[in-house]
Design a protein around this ligand. Sequence first.
Ligand SMILES: O=P(O)(O)OC[C@H]1O[C@](O)(COP(=O)(O)O)[C@@H](O)[C@@H]1O
Ligand SMILES: [Mg+2]
Ligand SMILES: [Mg+2]
Length: 347
Amino acid sequence: MSLSTLDEFLSAYDKTGDDRSRAVAETVRTLAAAALKIQSQICFAAAGDLASKGDTNAGGDVQRALDVFADNAFLEAARLAPVALYASEEQDAPIRLKASAPLALAIDPLDGSSNIDANVSIGTIFSILPAITGPDADLAASFLQPGSRQIAAGFFIYGPQFALVLTLGNGTQGFVFSPAARTFFQVYENFSVETEVREFAINASNYRHWNDAVRVYVDDCLKGTDGPRGRDFNMRWVASLVAETWRILVRGGVFLYPGDKRTGYAKGRLRLVYEANPIAILLEQAGGSATDAVDRILDIEPEDLHQRVPLVFGAADEVARIARYHTEPGSIAERSPLFGNRGLFRT
Ligand SMILES: O=P(O)(O)OC[C@H]1O[C@](O)(COP(=O)(O)O)[C@@H](O)[C@@H]1O
Ligand SMILES: [Mg+2]
Ligand SMILES: [Mg+2]
């Protein structure tokens, strides 16, 4: 079987289009070169050094050495690409680059920071938007567009396989890096999220902080064949969003990082602009869906670059089911002993 390279895929895309498509293709190539530097750094440096703690970022997280290294590498890459504005989890405010360039880049330079010293998959998540520039334009304006306006999005995953998951708005593709050929090959063409859900992913240590809807949903999964779902579920929690997304694209399932009652977690942990939006478009382009537990992520009008959002994504029917646990509270009341375990959600 002969696989296309990332470069061939991007060349085919930029031939079809206008200046903006060409700019997107060039930006993805440049990001891939920067990601390769991160991958090399992860492979060769002592993991403890990469995880060493530094300052606190705008979101209140302590930065690890690799967070800062990755942010610098992607900022440098953005300077070489047709990017007008760079916004990052690790920067308080967007940075103006080339005024005349057509694109704005929002990035989580290093996702899964708590796993750096655990030798578990980590990654980089990016979102490419049309730049809103001009003398009067607010620096943040480009990044406060709803996720439905993304032109392209993706993530690199630094794991047993170094890979890129990418959408240019027409399906979600998976490219795996070959160390022998020193290039990415398209191994997954048009990911399609499995409709039957056998695995859910949630940080269950927060159980006591969740609202009733999330608790009842998880309880129903845990009851397995004895409960209203009538079948057993497996549970996973990697604590790297990129790894959970990869798994769901490849073998299905659902992910939840809901809001909870801990201080600062009313809207969960994940950031809308550079985490939830790119993951949401990748999922939708693969036939899945993504919500804030009820509403579509890509329709949300961001108010702040670093705002958090509850995130639920995976197989579309399961995501819709989770929304019903929130919007049809009667179904939760039906869990009373009077009703046994039978309810609206019996499958
Ligand atoms: O440690 P928790 O609360 O389970 O959170 C894990 C989540 O936090 C994240 O690590 C947040 O991303 P950053 O590492 O970029 O801050 C996600 O990758 C992951 O899904
Ligand atoms: Mg992250
Ligand atoms: Mg990060």
